[in-house]
Ligand binder design. Structure first.
Ligand SMILES: Cc1cc2nc3c(=O)[nH]c(=O)nc-3n(C[C@H](O)[C@H](O)[C@H](O)COP(=O)(O)OP(=O)(O)OC[C@H]3O[C@@H](n4cnc5c(N)ncnc54)[C@H](O)[C@@H]3O)c2cc1C
Length: 371
């Protein structure tokens, strides 16, 4: 069996779709990728790529053996956990997994995957909304994101539900390149903020999450108001000095979730990435899981053929995705405690940060290219 000559349609040109398109084409499949947007662009924001995601990027040839230039990747020596309102350092958490975490601009990561996909002969069809019935192939991979249209065709209709969390993201330019610095995660009541350098420190990436009891606006991904942003996060952002004052553009996502799909595969159709397992960002694993899915799907189909390969893909992935998604959901309260509960949690962190990171080795130290 081999993927050679298979006609494959991939729906979605995000990180998951582009990675699986490249992975299948490198194994000889004839891949067409359909992306609804008119151009291939990721959100202007940073992304943490932990060791498990890095292994897939290496195996795809998206990262040279010599490593990435500092203009594209900042290597993280770890994360400072802080009590935001008190401006107090609580613990230093070393990078999870066997290696350092990479901080990358999403656009840089996507560009590397697009380059690999093109080099392997993938045909990119942009400005194409692909609906069930509108595309054909020996294999169809739906990597159409957390609001996947294709998921209902496989796993039945499930509406996304507001998770109670709203994420804000902003990039702040720096005049001078700054040396690689650890990330800082400032915790506070019902909110937290993560700050890390991108592109050799010429940009500072801000991701902030707040709890809200309800969300009424239809649009779940929209331009936010910098004044409202500063206002909502003033307390938790105290360790960052005037950083928020320098934000002139901010995006806001009301995080909606569906549960992990019970079935990822039907016939020659498979779900991948957020389409199969949308997650809260508290483990920084959504894109890394999508990269893992991409490698495993291509490898199993190549080894076993379409139907047995897809069955093996789901069997290899579903439990891991469920566990990581559940862990991410469970992490919200840890970062968002008010007093006096935060003191207890912080005391545990202060003495146990290293052990905590080691307990998560199964997440970040997983190598999908050998699984
Ligand atoms: C605030 C925040 C921070 C995060 N931080 C991290 C992090 O640090 N590390 C990490 O690993 N993950 C992180 N994630 C998660 C990560 O962003 C996602 O899990 C990942 O981008 C999912 O990739 P995907 O390719 O599955 O889906 P998407 O990126 O959603 O891509 C889906 C693509 O499909 C296209 N599409 C949809 N429907 C159709 C259609 N019918 N026809 C054609 N095209 C279609 C869309 O236009 C889109 O381009 C974060 C998420 C959030 C919200």
């Amino acid at each position: 069996m081999s993927a050679k000559g298979l006609q494959v349609a991939v729906i979605g040109g995000g990180i998951g779709g582009m990675a699986v398109a490249a992975a299948l084409a490198r194994r000889g499949a004839r891949v067409t990728l359909h992306e609804q947007a008119g151009d291939l662009a990721e959100v202007g924001a940073g992304l943490q790529v932990s060791w498990n995601g890095q292994q897939v990027l290496r195996a795809l040839g998206a990262v040279p053996a010599t490593g990435l230039p500092p203009e594209e990747v900042s290597l993280s020596p770890g994360t400072w956990m802080m009590d935001g309102p008190a401006r107090r350092r609580v613990a230093f958490v070393p990078p999870p997994g066997p290696g350092q975490t990479w901080y990358m601009h999403r656009a840089d990561l996507l560009a590397r995957l697009v380059d690999r996909a093109r080099a392997a002969g993938v045909t990119l069809k942009l400005g194409q909304v692909a609906t069930p019935g509108s595309v054909a192939g020996d294999l169809i991979v739906a990597a159409d994101g957390g609001r996947s249209l294709w998921r209902s065709a496989i796993d039945g209709p499930v509406e996304p539900v507001f998770s109670g969390q709203v994420a804000w993201r902003a990039l702040v330019p720096n005049d001078k390149a700054l040396p690689t610095a650890p990330a800082t995660l400032a915790m506070g009541p019902r909110a937290h903020m993560v700050v890390y350098p991108l592109r050799a420190g010429r940009l500072t990436n801000i991701v902030a999450v707040e709890e809200r009891s309800h969300w009424t606006e239809e649009d779940w991904n929209q331009q936010g108001d910098p004044v409202e942003f500063r206002d909502r996060f003033a307390d938790v952002a105290r360790p960052f000095g005037d950083l928020l004052a320098r934000v002139d553009k901010v995006h806001r996502w009301a995080l909606h979730l569906r549960p992990v799909a019970r079935t990822w595969v039907q016939g020659n159709l498979a779900l991948l990435g957020d389409a199969a397992h949308p997650t809260l960002p508290f483990m920084a694993q959504g894109a890394c899981l999508a990269l893992e899915d991409a490698w495993v799907l291509a490898a199993r189909v190549d080894a076993l053929g379409v139907a047995p390969g897809l069955a093996a893909y789901q069997a290899a992935r579903i439990d891991r995705a469920r566990r990581v998604v559940a862990l991410a959901r469970g992490n919200a309260w840890r970062f968002h405690l008010g007093r006096p509960w935060s003191w207890g949690a912080q005391a545990v962190l202060a003495v146990g940060a290293g052990a905590l990171a080691r307990r998560l080795d199964w997440v970040y130290g997983y190598d999908a290219t050998r699984a």
